[in-house]
Design a protein around this ligand. Structure first.
Ligand code: C2E
Ligand code: MG
Ligand code: MG
Ligand code: MG
Length: 271
């Protein structure tokens, strides 16, 4: 029995391994095709100043239309990074954002998500040189705290150089990851995005909400500009406002939309 069970388990494991390998191989192929066919496009989700209900900017969120299916970024970003395919994907998003920025009101900015590798070498800087965009203050970059920056000196140099050119940086998913505030200060970033995970605690978990309170308090103390993401309810809007967080993003206002829809949405808002 033991022998039988052992080999059956072995077979299951081997099949699982082969399937995984097959899946990962084909995912790589699909990504390469996606890059060649330009299947990556940004959707836009507004960020609102809840004090006067005005839109201040948009976040560009990558959408992959792969053989008629929509594949969410969570499924392929990390893998693209591992396979060295993230840079051409970022380039496609950036190219499109630069085109779309010209159709958006000139008072609005767009932020693009990047990964650490883009600033651990002068990759982002080179991309921006190649696709020259004349209004850097309208282009922001979000760097996630979920994965750490290992080459901190190079990253600092790159961020500083780009900030001097007028680009802004935000730390995304703040509170979920590594360095906290010391990390921020070392990177010279003045804006944080409070992760949805903490916003979710408002009205659901008073104990965990104290973590949100602590994040907000230290953000305020360090003079950070704060944006809360994943805001879904009026109760959350009210709570964040009462605690001094006014820049909000979430389904309570709008979901990420293709540009044409975002332009239509702006008109409806009277912006
Ligand atoms: P993120 O940058 O923190 O983006 C916020 C995510 O929360 C987005 O998911 C957005 O659609 C979702 N979201 C916003 N408001 C709400 C809400 O009220 N309720 C709920 N349930 N969700 C909300 P999305 O678009 O699936 O993106 C997931 C993550 O993928 C992003 O998290 C970002 O880390 C990454 N990502 C997206 N686009 C890009 C990209 O162009 N480049 C890179 N490197 N990463 C990207
Ligand atoms: Mg983001
Ligand atoms: Mg975010
Ligand atoms: Mg997030």
């Amino acid at each position: 029995y033991a022998v039988y069970a052992g080999s059956a388990l072995g077979l299951v494991m081997l099949t699982g391994y082969l399937l995984r390998r097959h899946y990962r191989r084909s995912l790589k192929g699909l990504l390469q095709t996606g890059i060649a066919q330009q299947e990556f496009t940004p959707f836009y989700q507004p960020i609102i100043d809840s004090r006067d209900q005005r839109v201040v900017g948009f976040e560009a969120l990558l959408r992959w239309q792969c053989m008629g299916n929509h594949v969410p970024p969570a499924v392929f970003i990390r893998y693209s990074e591992e396979q060295g395919l993230i840079l051409p994907i970022t380039e496609q998003v950036l190219e499109q954002v630069i085109i779309d920025l010209q159709k958006l009101p000139s008072t609005l900015w767009v932020s693009v998500n990047i990964v650490a590798a883009h600033i651990e070498q002068p990759l982002l800087r080179h991309l921006l040189q190649k696709h020259h965009w004349p209004s850097p203050e309208r282009l922001n970059f979000e760097l996630t705290e979920r994965s750490p920056i290992t080459k901190i000196d190079t990253a600092m140099r790159e961020i500083t150089a780009l900030q001097q050119q007028g680009y802004h940086f935000k730390l995304d998913d703040f509170g979920t990851g590594y360095g906290g505030f010391s990390y921020l200060q070392r990177l010279g970033i003045r804006q944080i995005k409070i992760d949805k995970m903490f916003v979710d605690t408002v009205g659901t978990d008073d104990l965990k909400r104290t973590v949100l309170d602590a994040i907000i308090a230290s953000g305020r103390e360090s003079g950070m500009e704060m944006i809360a993401e994943g805001v879904e309810t009026q109760e959350q809007v009210k709570y964040l406002n009462q605690n001094g967080v006014y820049l909000l993003q979430g389904y309570v206002y709008a979901k990420p939309m293709p540009l044409s829809q975002a332009l239509h949405w702006l008109k409806q808002q009277g912006s």
